[in-house]
Design a protein around this ligand. Structure first.
Ligand code: URA
Length: 236
């Protein structure tokens, strides 16, 4: 693939802009500056630098983002800054999107990708991908609440009950709740349905993929083939 095309595909701007970037000596492979934008290179497994920052080549970008509180997942946020302001401009250029959305005050694991097929299959209710939330609640938790969440609770205006596939009381005010759907404000509404109230919400896992303990809020990392397998490892 020609370097200028590769850079454009990886989100470094227009073809013309990428051509100029290379001609200005800003592109290198293994420390060697290449100034010919038309040079053909094999992109598979490639690592390159632009302005000395290293980038791996990925035909489709898939990243794990630790969403901080105070950010909206929307591309056109209304009341708070958007998560896209926390990501490299290359991702925005590639039209990377979040798989589903977390509320502005929810933190935790968000998968972001420009792979439309992956977005579709991860969001499909048929795939039943489990999502695990660490829920901090206002009132003490008890066994009847846990049982009700597992049995299914009615949410306003929703004819079908919403139920958890797992619910573990960690301590009096902390619950690990696993759901496979993604209805609007689902966890908050489920806790309200058992007369409790969510005080803080963090998504700690999607499928078999956990939020890495060493990834601070606002940071992201690439997901590679083994991580993607983990994503599906808990689906039926
Ligand atoms: N459920 C909620 O209520 N909010 C979220 O952000 C995610 C799940």
């Amino acid at each position: 693939m020609q370097i200028e095309r590769l850079l454009q595909q990886q989100g470094f701007g227009t073809r013309k802009g990428c051509r100029s970037l290379v001609r200005h000596g800003r592109f290198a492979i293994q420390g060697q500056v290449i100034e010919d934008p038309f040079l053909d290179i094999d992109p598979i497994g490639l690592k390159f630098t632009v302005d000395e920052q290293e980038w791996p080549y990925f035909e489709k970008a898939v990243v794990l983002f630790h969403k901080p509180a105070g950010y909206e997942c929307s591309r056109k946020p209304k009341h708070h800054p958007g998560i896209y302001t926390l990501l490299p401009s290359q991702f925005v250029e590639r039209d990377i999107q979040s798989v589903g959305r977390l509320d502005e005050d929810t933190t935790g694991l968000l998968i972001m990708t420009d792979d439309g097929q992956l977005i579709h299959s991860l969001s499909s209710p048929k795939r039943k991908v489990p999502k695990v939330y660490r829920v901090t609640v206002r009132h003490p938790l008890d066994e009847p609440q846990r049982q009700a969440l597992l049995a299914g609770v009615m949410l306003n205006d929703d004819p079908d009950p919403a139920h958890a596939v797992a619910a573990e009381i960690v301590d009096s005010h902390t619950l690990l709740l696993t759901i496979t759907e993604g209805r609007y404000h689902q966890v908050k509404r489920m806790l309200a349905a058992v007369s409790n109230r969510v005080e803080a919400l963090c998504r700690v896992a999607v499928g078999g993929l956990e939020l890495p303990a060493d990834l601070p809020p606002g940071q992201w990392r690439w997901l590679e083939a083994a991580d993607l397998e983990r994503l599906w490892s808990k689906s039926p």
